[in-house]
Design a protein around this ligand. Structure first.
Ligand code: GLN
Length: 482
């Protein structure tokens, strides 16, 4: 019987002939079939993945050079283009759309021999943190189906949580990889802005969006990141970066280095934080201190400005990014309506987009409008600038910042409808990394008395993924209480 631990072990089994890619695909297809009620995967590429497994098995047997992700079974969020496959952003607007090219991330996965087995459910256009804004309905948390998966990359998180694939790609604009990873009890990482090309990623808020990775362990995150990151002629925000240090599962050895860790007082004492989560983080700090790490509590008094600044700036960018969906060249079109151009646009956009997306387009248009621009958009940009200055100061004195990932464990289903503002506010600990472009990771370290998992989040300086991954390994190996 096939069982999966991590990429290196699986590849060793492949090389030794103990398993084949075909066995692995058969195993996952079966699991996916039995977990269809979780609604994590929108479309499963059954025949294609079987054929690809066969091709890869032959390639290996023929002694050819193998890619770094040889045989690794991956799912991708429904906002990442994969040529000739459905790409709908979980929206009625794009429900018939088939991608005409590969995103750079997918191209790199395939060049390195990965097998993409399906695409994953998410909040519509990646807007949300419950996966309840999806046109296909919500992905369910496999640990308790009455709880949300988190979002927006909820389907990807559940796919890894429920063992429906080995690793998954999501996107993180304000926490959409780290937050569902936290709710599902797995590892979720958002690299620095500009690490992975955004070419072929459906844009939500372009100065925040970044592709991230879900996995069961840090080494798998590193292996995938190594393959998908790097310069790309199609995304100048990647090209402008200094060459990265090589990240690979091998470089992510548990490093005995003495890390200097900062903890934001204003976060850990925030009124929204569940007391049990606070207690677990304090205990973690105590243990780290006992083991000789420097952990200092520092002021971060900008905390209450970050969620408002995030929602002003991202909705502004979204209102512009989503203006391309008008039903003229592609996307939802109401065929009966041809009276005049304005009505044509209104009907297509009115029916194509869901409620949350329309709300955000209107909010974004409002904050950019004459008379309100300075009061909202400019102010939010000022907050973003202050955050950049403060971040620079912090990383002059510290290697990492430790934070909770989310103030609570997974919400009950229905939260988005019942209290949307509360869901926005729950992004308080994740949006900071996107406002400043720094990398962040959520690590499944704890279990709550309500039975649900929760994580701790680490943030590092821009382009310092290696420190983040190395300390993550130390924490998962020595401080896991779950
Ligand atoms: N919850 C945040 C939002 O709705 C983050 C979404 C994301 O990272 N894609 O904007």
């Amino acid at each position: 019987m096939f069982s999966y631990q991590n990429i290196p072990t699986y590849q060793q089994q492949l090389n030794e002939g103990e398993v084949s890619c075909k066995d692995a695909v058969a195993y996952y297809l079966d699991k996916i079939k039995n977990a269809s009620h979780l609604n994590a995967i929108i479309e499963v590429y059954v025949n294609e993945s079987i054929e690809r497994a066969q091709f890869l098995d032959e390639k290996r047997k023929a002694g050819k050079a193998l890619g770094k992700l040889h045989g690794v079974i991956v799912t991708v969020k429904d906002v990442i283009s994969h040529k000739d496959h459905k790409l709908s952003a979980s929206s009625n607007m794009l429900k018939e759309f088939i991608s005409i090219y590969d995103s750079t991330a997918v191209k790199k996965l395939l060049e390195d021999d990965a097998i993409i087995i399906g695409n994953c459910n998410c909040d519509e256009f990646a807007m949300g943190n419950t996966n309840e804004n999806s046109f296909y309905g919500r992905a369910k948390n496999a640990l308790d189906e009455n709880k949300v998966s988190g979002g927006s990359s909820g389907g990807s998180a559940v796919a890894v949580q429920a063992g429906l694939c080995m690793v998954s790609l999501g996107s993180d604009t304000g926490g959409s990889v780290r937050q569902p990873a936290d709710f599902c009890g797995i590892v979720g990482m958002k690299p620095s802005y500009g690490t992975v090309s955004r070419h072929g990623l459906i844009a939500y808020a372009s100065s925040f969006d970044q592709i991230g990775v879900f996995a069961n362990n840090v080494e798998d995150v590193a292996s995938v990141l190594e393959v998908i990151s790097g310069p790309d002629d199609y995304d100048s925000t990647v090209n402008q970066q200094i060459p990265k240090e090589v990240i690979s599962s091998k470089s992510v050895k548990s490093n005995p280095k003495e890390y200097r860790i900062a903890l934001f007082k204003n976060a850990i004492n925030h009124e929204s934080l569940d007391p049990e989560i606070r207690k677990a983080i304090f205990e973690l700090i105590e243990n780290l201190r006992k083991d000789g790490y420097t952990v200092e509590e520092i002021d971060f008094d900008l905390i209450d400005y970050i969620v408002p600044a995030y929602y002003v700036l991202t909705t502004a960018e979204a209102s512009s990014n989503l203006s391309r969906y008008d039903g003229v060249r592609y996307g939802y079109r109401d065929e009966k309506n041809t009276e005049d151009l304005a009505t044509f646009y209104k009907k297509n956009r009115g029916k194509g987009f869901g409620k949350e997306v329309k709300k955000r387009i209107m909010l974004g248009t409002f904050v950019l409008s004459e008379g309100y621009y300075d009061a909202y958009f400019t102010k939010a940009q000022q907050v973003r600038n202050l955050l950049a200055l403060r971040t620079k100061e912090i990383f002059n004195s510290f290697d990492v910042v430790l934070l909770p990932t989310v103030p609570t464990t997974a919400f009950d289903a229905g939260m988005m409808e019942k209290d949307p503002i509360a869901t926005y506010l729950a992004d308080i600990f994740t949006v900071y990394a996107n406002l400043t472009g720094i990398p962040g990771i959520s690590l499944p370290l704890f279990k709550h008395s309500n039975g649900m998992p929760f994580g701790a989040q680490l943030l590092a300086n821009k382009r310092d993924e290696l420190t983040l991954l190395q300390l993550s390994k130390v924490l998962l190996e020595n401080y896991k209480r779950y």
